[in-house]
Design a protein around this ligand. Structure first.
Ligand code: C2E
Ligand code: CA
Ligand code: CA
Ligand code: CA
Length: 271
């Protein structure tokens, strides 16, 4: 059947990605992909859910491979991270964002804590060069700090970098809050401007009675620490309303707008 064939081809291409990456061919593929513009940004709005006004746009990387088709960021971002290509990615995405940021809106970029401590020799200068390429002010840039491994919030270099970014006027958000390692400890070590509540918590509003108190606790925690909240993965009107009832106005998700190009990024009804 078609689904079975699809499954098989998907797992074969998954294996290929894995094997190729271990033979070192994948790195060349990555560089070719950048040259051929197979890697490009899409934009997902962050919306004031009480008025449906877009506040900003998060940049998400996409890779359309000529043979393998669309490759998920969940598989190529870790590879780029391993091969030290995340800064190339960011530079390329930003190049393709030039002159596109809608007035009055901010742009939100995903950066890993590791990038900020290890990959960039001078993270502040790097961010400054991004701003000048984008021709936006620091206060129109949000950085979402994502982390796959434990984020080392005791690392004085990371804390210093975050503080300097904030002094520049850049808005800082901790991504995927509540998953993995980014917990209460890192909020205490460095209070970001925002946390982004991971979609897995938002989706518990579909009926997971056990997890819902955790979502409520995260909201309470952020409020008590005076940290702003952005909810990710809002897919249903029920989720939107519940979050609004808890004062979480800044929302993002398929209900409010799918990742797309900037002209249609906020037209959720188009899809
Ligand atoms: P993330 O930063 O947590 O981004 C949210 C992910 O959820 C995105 O997946 C987005 O397309 C998806 N999403 C948005 N709204 C909804 C919704 O309502 N329902 C559901 N089910 N999903 C929704 P995507 O684009 O596949 O990206 C996956 C992850 O890859 C991102 O998670 C982020 O950690 C990473 N990533 C994507 N682009 C970049 C990038 O340019 N740089 C870096 N460093 N990481 C990136
Ligand atoms: Ca993000
Ligand atoms: Ca993430
Ligand atoms: Ca997430």
């Amino acid at each position: 059947s078609v689904p079975l064939a699809l499954l098989i081809s998907l797992s074969i291409s998954g294996l290929m990605v894995y094997r190729r990456s271990h033979r070192g061919i994948y790195l060349a593929d990555l560089d070719v992909a950048f040259q051929r513009k197979e890697i490009y940004p899409v934009f997902q709005p962050i919306v004031d859910a009480s008025s449906n006004q877009p506040l900003g746009y998060e940049v998400m990387a996409r890779w359309d491979h000529p043979v393998m088709g669309a490759i998920s960021p969940n598989s190529f971002i870790p590879l780029m991270e391993r091969f030290g290509r995340l800064d190339t990615l960011l530079t390329e995405l930003v190049k393709q964002c030039q002159g596109q940021v809608p007035t009055g809106c901010y742009l939100s970029l995903n950066l890993s804590g590791e990038q900020l401590t290890q990959s960039f020799r001078d993270p502040i200068q790097f961010v400054q060069s991004l701003l000048s390429k984008l021709q936006i002010d620091a206060n129109q840039l949000m950085i979402e700090i994502t982390e796959r491994e434990a984020l080392d919030y005791e690392n004085p270099k990371l804390i210093a970098t975050l503080n300097r970014l904030r002094e520049m006027g850049v808005t800082l958000a901790f991504d995927d809050f509540g998953t993995g390692h980014n917990g209460i400890g890192c909020l205490k070590a460095f209070a970001p401007d925002y946390i982004k509540i991971d979609k897995s918590y938002v989706h518990t509003l579909n009926g997971d009675a056990v997890q819902k108190p955790v979502l409520e606790a995260i909201i309470q925690l952020a409020k008590s620490m005076n940290i702003g909240i952005i909810a990710e993965g809002v897919e249903t009107e029920g989720q939107r309303q519940f979050l609004l009832s808890r004062g979480v106005k800044r929302q993002q998700g398929y209900l409010l707008g799918r990742p797309g190009n900037l002209q249609t990024a906020n037209a959720a009804e188009d899809r």
